[in-house]
Design a protein around this ligand. Structure first.
Ligand code: GLU
Ligand code: MG
Length: 449
């Protein structure tokens, strides 16, 4: 079995593992800059060729928006040629819920098969390499929330249940589905630690086991595919939309993050710094806070994201860190595992690019020995502007337009995203924003007609 924490494992293992599993097809999956899973199905007789040379895709794929529009002024048009998705054997697993199929994630490469800076997984590997150059390594775990809906007679959807949050009744209502989900994830190498019935009707939350950053993001995308497929199998629909209804809680995907020595042996997260953080993690946190507006644009990159990031919503709207403070952007949970939790992200982000930008922001804090200042106090969402100003607390960007401008203006974040992913991420999200801004919705007719 290939080593999933080491992205450069031997490519011959893929063919071997595929043959040993006696499969008919291989799904080669990658995630575009809008975070969507794209895939091609390779028949068994072609797997040897694809394991060595990858699967070709049209470059223009990367300039399509989430609703399948080629972005205005696209860099990659019909004449731009191809890139290749080279399977990463370390991510191969038979798909327990699709008989006869295997799945593998890939690195985006040039047409000649060389490493390419337009690959989100490579951007994350590069960010981790930069950490190693500082004598550090990271452990990360995404904490996804999602909502289960059932189809209604009139062709719509309603929450799959309306029982109380975190109640045993609600959790037990999904025992068969959640049990199958954890088993199917386990068979794909993804370990679930805890599951809870979240606040919203039909809303769930899972804790994935901390891992090296690349693996943690691989685990998140594997998790989402699995949850969607198994919900469908159960006659339900799993939605990861940041804010599907204004009066229902949003679906976030918080990031838990800790530092270790480069060889992974020693914890570098706990120490004598504020809230029990090590000096390194305190500087790292300061870097995250300094680059928070740009990080917000990468972790929450759609118009819908900003309907989730509202004051007093349990999702953050202000820039600050605090111990056990769920109104803060960065929480330092008082658990046995010292770490920080970044709460702004949602599922419309590409988790590889988001984590790469996060690590670069934190490293900038370490390199410049930035000070995170005093932890914030109180429930920020309910505070007056004056009370916030007294603590020096700024707000996160309130709109996507402001957040994307912050990304573009932030050299540290843009460098982490690289010369392809950064500009093209901005291009597709701005294209979506422009169409959203032209759209006239029912609320406007109700109020202004
Ligand atoms: N649902 C909230 C969010 O969108 C988070 C609730 C919580 O787990 O604290 O971030
Ligand atoms: Mg939660």
């Amino acid at each position: 079995m290939a080593d999933r924490d080491n992205p450069d494992s031997d490519s011959a293992t893929l063919l071997e593992a595929f043959r040993a599993a006696n499969l008919r097809g291989l799904w080669v999956v990658f995630h575009d800059y809008a975070g969507r899973a794209l895939a091609k199905w390779v028949v068994a007789s072609e797997v040897a060729s694809v394991a060595a040379g990858g699967v070709a895709y049209c470059l223009a794929n990367l300039n399509f928006t989430q609703d399948d529009h080629l972005a205005h002024d696209a860099r990659f048009t019909a004449d731009a040629g191809d890139f290749v998705v080279l399977p990463d054997p370390a991510t191969f697993a038979p798909l327990p819920y699709r008989a006869g199929m295997g799945r593998v994630l890939g690195f985006l490469c040039t047409e000649q098969g060389d490493p390419w800076e337009g690959c989100p997984r490579r951007r994350l590997v590069a960010a981790c390499d930069a950490l190693v150059a500082h004598g550090l390594a990271a452990r990360a775990a995404w904490e996804p929330e999602w909502t289960l809906y059932r189809p209604t007679a009139n062709g719509g959807y309603e929450p799959a249940d309306r029982l109380s949050m975190y109640s045993l009744d609600r959790m037990d209502g999904y025992t068969a589905l959640l049990d199958r989900t954890t088993q199917v994830l386990d068979a794909q190498g993804v370990t679930v630690e805890r599951i809870g019935a979240e606040f919203g009707a039909g809303q769930m939350e899972i804790n994935l086991r901390p891992a090296a950053p690349l693996r943690a993001s691989d685990d998140l995308v594997t998790f989402r595919e699995t949850v969607k497929a198994l919900a469908k199998e159960a006659g339900l629909l799993a939605s990861f939309m940041p804010k599907a209804y204004e009066d229902a809680p949003g679906n976030g995907v918080h990031l838990h993050f800790s530092l270790r020595s480069a060889d992974g042996a020693e914890d570098r997260s706990a120490g004598d710094g504020p809230l029990g953080l090590s000096a390194e993690l305190a500087h790292f946190t300061a870097g995250v806070l300094t680059h928070a507006p740009a990080l917000c644009g990468v972790f929450a990159p759609t118009v819908n994201s900003y309907k989730r990031l509202q004051p007093a919503s349990w999702a953050p709207a202000h820039i600050g860190y605090g111990g056990g403070n769920r109104a803060a952007l960065v929480r330092v949970p008082g658990t046995s595992r010292p770490h920080i939790e970044f709460r702004a992200g949602d599922h419309t982000a590409n988790p590889y690019l988001a984590l790469a930008a996060f690590i670069a922001a934190g490293l900038d804090g370490i390199a410049r020995r930035l000070d995170p200042g005093t932890p914030v106090a109180g429930d920020l969402g309910g505070m007056s502007a004056d009370a916030l100003a007294t603590q020096g607390v700024r707000m996160l960007p309130r709109t996507l337009a402001v957040a994307l401008d912050a990304v573009e203006a932030d050299d540290v974040v843009m460098n982490a995203l690289g010369g392809v992913c950064g500009p093209e991420l901005l291009r597709i999200r701005r294209d979506e924003l422009a169409r959203y801004e032209r759209h006239v919705g029912q609320w406007e007719r109700d109020v202004y007609f």
